[in-house]
Write a protein that binds this ligand. Structure first.
Ligand code: IPM
Ligand code: MG
Length: 370
């Protein structure tokens, strides 16, 4: 049994640690039943790291993340740290990891599982079978652009500044990820920007078009203004396959797409870096939902997004496609069997807490692999 799969687990704040506990059950199951063994380390991030180490993500944590084959991340933030100065916010933990590990491509699937069609705010026909992948650029744009800050002039009047800036190489590398993904799906990329008002948007449209023409002629490419995309996502979401956007537009549209599925507690994500010469790539996996401080500690959070993030990790970092699918089917079966956490509760279903859900997934894994 090889134990060369090195994972760094960063549960973070709020419901992070509770849902991560359920992933550990799945990891243990994989150890026992699938003859893969993971070498697991844990670390602190976000508010938990601020409390213990005075910073939302220490240099040591970054070094450990770089040394790991993959990082499994929970969620960060909570009211306790709301009054922290801007440069000490828990959210900086994940932003630093993205930046320092070069994790430029954030993959956010928005999938409606059959048992949850009714959970969507849209009519069942509009979302049944929905499977959209948002590819969000995640180390550039307005999140990191300079100049930024709040400046006060001689009269005491303040000006807030952020800068949207993209180089063509930054656009090209994330575009390639989106095109590649589309080839494995329904072969269509919708690239979003505001080329009608933004210079960086004009460049975005031009570069994505050039990459498409030069390297991915077989993939259908459509350009769409980001605001129109938001509207189309709500009215006709199934027209989309892969949506490619900047850090900010991807952030906004991925929340919107997640809400369409009606179950934020179900959605995983992966953030990937470039493949290096030895074939390795840094990667971080996290649920789309946040730390949900209002329900933290109550044992009622939905562990599925965290568990499905682990499935993405198996697929993307270790090429364990079969195990990833097994885990995804186990989650779907549990829902099909009528178990629901509070966030996805429906009439006639059985309401359960975090650990019962986790145990049920493991039982389903047993059955599926029997
Ligand atoms: C996300 C979150 C983060 C972001 C925050 C927590 C910094 O909204 O991952 O979508 O804006 O990227
Ligand atoms: Mg967000």
């Amino acid at each position: 049994m090889s134990s060369n799969k090195k994972l760094l687990i960063l549960p973070g704040d709020g419901i992070g640690p509770e849902v991560m506990r359920e992933v550990r059950r799945v990891v243990d199951w994989m150890d026992r039943r699938r003859h893969v063994s993971f070498n697991i380390e844990e670390g602190l991030v976000g508010g938990a790291a601020l409390d213990a180490e005075g910073t939302p993500c220490s240099d040591e944590t970054v070094a450990r993340a770089k040394a790991a084959d993959a990082v499994l991340f929970g969620s960060v933030g909570g009211p306790k740290w709301d009054s922290m100065p801007f440069d000490k916010r828990p959210e900086l933990g994940v932003l630093r990891l993205r930046k320092d590990l070069g994790l430029f491509a954030n993959l956010r699937p928005a999938v409606v599982l059959d048992p949850l069609v009714e959970a969507s705010s849209l009519k069942p026909d509009l979302v049944r079978g929905l499977d959209v992948m948002i590819v969000r650029e995640s180390t550039g744009g307005i999140y990191f652009g300079e100049p930024r800050g709040i400046h006060t002039d001689a009269k005491g009047k303040r000006t807030g500044i952020d800068t949207e800036v993209y180089t063509e190489d930054e656009i090209a590398r994330v575009a390639r990820i989106a095109f590649d993904l589309a080839r494995k799906r329904r072969n269509k990329v919708t690239s979003v920007e505001k080329a009608n008002v933004m210079q960086s948007g004009r460049l975005w449209r031009a570069v994505v078009g050039e990459i498409g023409k030069a390297e991915f002629r077989d993939v259908e490419l459509e350009h769409m203004y980001a605001d129109n995309c938001a509207m189309q996502l709500c009215s006709r979401p199934k027209q989309f396959d892969v949506i490619l956007g900047s850090n900010l537009f991807g952030d906004v549209l991925s929340d919107l797409a997640a809400a369409l599925t009606g179950s934020l507690g179900m959605l995983p994500s992966a953030t990937l870096g470039a493949v290096d010469s030895s074939g390795r790539r840094h990667a971080l996996y996290e649920p789309v939902h946040g730390s949900a401080p209002d329900i933290a500690g109550k044992g009622i959070a939905n562990p599925c997004a965290q568990i499905l993030s682990f499935a993405m990790l198996l697929r993307w970092s270790f090429g364990m496609e079969e195990d990833a699918r097994l885990l995804e089917s186990a989650v779907e079966k549990v829902l099909g069997g009528g178990l629901r956490t509070a966030d996805i509760m429906q009439a006639g279903m059985a309401r359960v807490g975090t650990s019962v859900m986790g145990e049920a997934v493991v039982r389903e894994l047993d059955k599926l692999s029997a």
